[in-house]
Design a protein around this ligand. Structure first.
Ligand SMILES: Cc1ncc(COP(=O)(O)O)c(C=O)c1O
Length: 461
């Protein structure tokens, strides 16, 4: 049976006519998906979503990795409902702000102070601002292999979407390689006393090699730079207490979001008191305006975060994410091997945060094959821009997904022989952006997994 996306397509057209990019996150946009796929969703529950045509899917994007417990998770919904009737925003701080801050500080050991805001980008940008204010320096060093840290200038200037950013800003961001300590050392040598901060995700698809994070920590301390871990994805997914706990390395500042409030809009900047206090109003020369937003302390998101952190503390959420992700990865590997496709389609990364590679007949990353695989898995009732599981992905859903994947691979195998264009309806999806590097720089992003090229689009959501 071929699924019908008639209504979805119509509503999607209305959306694109009014909203630039056809959505409020580029990674959700029409150009990221096959033409024959649900364009607009109506609702979700647990690990399932429904589109506006009534088609049901098991999904593996989970709100760009924000929904770690499951859609409309009842306990979180109840916690939000409980505060709704008491107002959501007041002229003075609300009591729930201290409750959420205390719960957060009890969870993340390095959080001597915390400031909440709504988006990850505002949190990482605030971390960069603090690093610059604390050191009196301008240059920030970012990890070349980490696909996205903020929509702000300091990051976007390294991409092909740098329109609207003064070109002078491109001189203030430099980069190093993940798991290559020498590249970090080189940066400090090339920019003596100019690097304000070093920012990276503690892990992406590769785990840190022994000594890498510890080495960056040492270099930052030695050179007086601020070390920032962006835990937007790793936080509340790799470990309830953050990847910084898992790997035993303490940054000066770190940023959280996404899974912090199970999809409600909340992110956090936290870290050493001495740095965070630069954003207070208590010092004689306080000149840092740090995260001051109308909606930063909206009570619903804080209630969702408290409830989410409580569930993580009480129940084996993270263990479940690893277990189900590992199970899914093993099933996918087996299905790929069954079709002789193990070199073309493979899960990549840690069970708690899986993506997948889609290679063409020449073993090169291929958007066309990625789009075809998405199209075919959609036909089998699975929506998998990545392979991100939640606490609601039960065994039956994982098994159904492996079957769907198996069915989709039949078409993939035929397309490797006969050409994907024969099977793909509409154009291939696009990368949201590519990273751009100056020609003289050797800091091209490397493959994230040695010997296995992977498609960056799968990482950028
Ligand atoms: C590692 C990382 N940092 C920062 C961000 C930005 O977060 P937000 O989209 O909430 O602004 C993202 C978003 O995908 C991310 O993956």
């Amino acid at each position: 049976m071929v699924l019908d996306f008639y209504r979805s397509t119509k509503v999607g057209e209305r959306l694109r006519a009014l909203v630039p990019g056809g959505g409020h996150t580029y990674a959700k946009g029409a150009d990221q998906y096959p033409a024959h796929a649900p364009a607009v969703l109506s609702h979700g529950r647990g690990c399932r979503v429904w589109d506006v045509d009534g088609n049901e899917f098991i999904e593996y994007g989970m709100g760009l990795r924000a929904v770690s417990l499951g859609h409309a998770y009842p306990e979180v919904v109840d916690a939000v409902r409980n505060v709704l009737g008491s107002g959501t925003n007041f002229t003075r701080p609300a009591r729930i702000e201290v409750e959420c801050a205390e719960r957060f500080a009890a969870t993340i050991a390095s959080a001597e102070m915390v400031k909440f805001t709504k988006d990850g980008s505002t949190a990482t940008t605030a971390a960069i601002k603090l690093a610059r204010a604390a050191t009196g320096r301008d240059v920030v060093a970012i990890c070349a292999e980490h696909p996205y840290l903020s929509y702000d200038n300091w990051f976007m200037v390294t991409t092909t979407l740098a329109g609207g950013i003064p070109s002078a800003e491109s001189t203030l961001t430099t980069s190093f390689h993940y798991n290559d300590l020498a590249s970090v050392e080189r940066l400090f040598a090339e920019h003596p006393e100019r690097i304000a901060g070093v920012i990276l995700e503690p892990s992406r698809t590769d785990p840190p090699q022994p000594g890498f994070l510890e080495g960056i920590r040492r270099l930052c301390t030695r050179h007086g730079a601020v070390l920032v871990f962006d835990e937007m994805i790793t936080g509340f997914r790799y470990d309830r207490r953050g990847a910084q706990y898992l790997y035993g390395v303490t940054p000066d500042l770190s940023t959280f979001g996404k899974a912090l409030a199970n999809g409600f809009a909340l992110s956090a900047l936290c870290g050493r008191r001495e740095l965070m206090r630069l954003g207070s109003r208590e010092r004689p020369q306080d000149d840092v305006f740090l995260l001051s937003t109308t909606h930063g302390a909206e009570t619903t998101a804080l209630a969702a975060a408290i409830s989410t952190m409580e569930i993580y503390e009480r129940e084996p959420v993270v263990e479940h994410l690893y277990k189900q992700g590992d199970r899914l990865a093993a099933g996918l590997r087996e299905a790929s091997a069954g079709h002789g496709l193990q070199d073309y389609v493979a899960p990549v990364g840690s069970g708690c945060n899986l993506v997948y590679s889609t290679l063409d007949a020449d073993l090169q990353p291929s958007q066309t094959f990625r789009t075809l695989l998405l199209q075919e898995t959609v036909q089998h009732g699975v929506l998998m821009p990545s392979l991100v599981v939640s606490y609601s992905h039960d065994d039956a859903s994982i098994e159904r997904t492996i079957d769907a994947f198996d069915g989709a691979l039949e078409v993939y195998a035929k397309a490797l022989d006969g050409g994907p264009e024969r099977f793909l309806i509409g154009p291939p999806s696009r990368h949201v952006f590519d990273r751009r590097w100056s020609p003289e720089s050797d800091t091209q992003p490397q493959s994230l997994v040695r010997g296995q090229p992977i498609d960056e689009a799968t990482l950028l959501e």
